[in-house]
Design a protein around this ligand. Sequence first.
Ligand code: HSE
Length: 298
Amino acid sequence: MIRIQIPATSANLGSGFDSLGIALTMYNQVWMEEADSIEISSRDDVPVPQDENNLIFWSAQFLYERCGKKLSGLHIEQQNDIPMARGLGSSSACIVAGLLGANRLLGNPLSRQELVNLATEIEGHPDNTTPALCGGLVTSAIEGKRVYSVSVPVSEKIRFAVMIPPFELKTEIARGALPESYTRQDAVYNLSRSALMTASLFSGSLENLRVAVQDKLHQPYRMKFIPGVDTVFRISRELGAYGTYISGAGPSIVSIVDDIGAKNFQQHAIEYLQQKNVTGWRLEILRADSNGADVFLD
Ligand code: HSE
């Protein structure tokens, strides 16, 4: 069997709606081999679809068809450490696992760039799938059917305090709340800040991040889906976060911190939230993953 390891991702980073994303050091594992039928199981307690609607299988079949091959079945085992529907790229991880695994089973006919393009074709936007495939902090733009992207490493000083709530938020619902159009002022507000975000994370200019995460395109419209969000933002500031944003479409919240901030979060974040009746949240202190998804022979 082959094993595919895929990192979690945090898209948007506040201002970079549908264009910025970062790979994080939290991973799903997927074991895969060709079979005569579809056999899908979970190595942990997380329930997963066990038929052709399973997103890993669906994506693998998509790649086989693109390569003119027939897929009779797959044996898939999943270990899902990335929590589902929490804005941390769990769907993208499935798409990337299916594509990368299928490509390996066929002898790698497609390049990484072609996989990036296919993943975006399936997902609709590149800001989770491209960092999941490439690692690092990724800026992406779609032109026609091609994704133009650059992955840069993130300064070693930076940690990500990921606060994960006990409830899910479906991306369709979070996207459905967004307006159809924006003012020029709002567009410029976000453009300037997303450019500042990439340059600041790359260079470690942490003092810029408070401004760089600010956004007028999606976060203001999504706050209402996240009970306790104001408290999480306030406590994050008190604990020394440089910048705090809704991860992807939410509902997880990410704070960008240094080593000292990471310790503060570890010692106090959950306790302070509980004191304000924001309960059931958990905290993960992560780093940027610089490699992206990979395939191993187990
Ligand atoms: N950029 C996407 C959004 C990420 O904010 O809706 C979630 O897939």
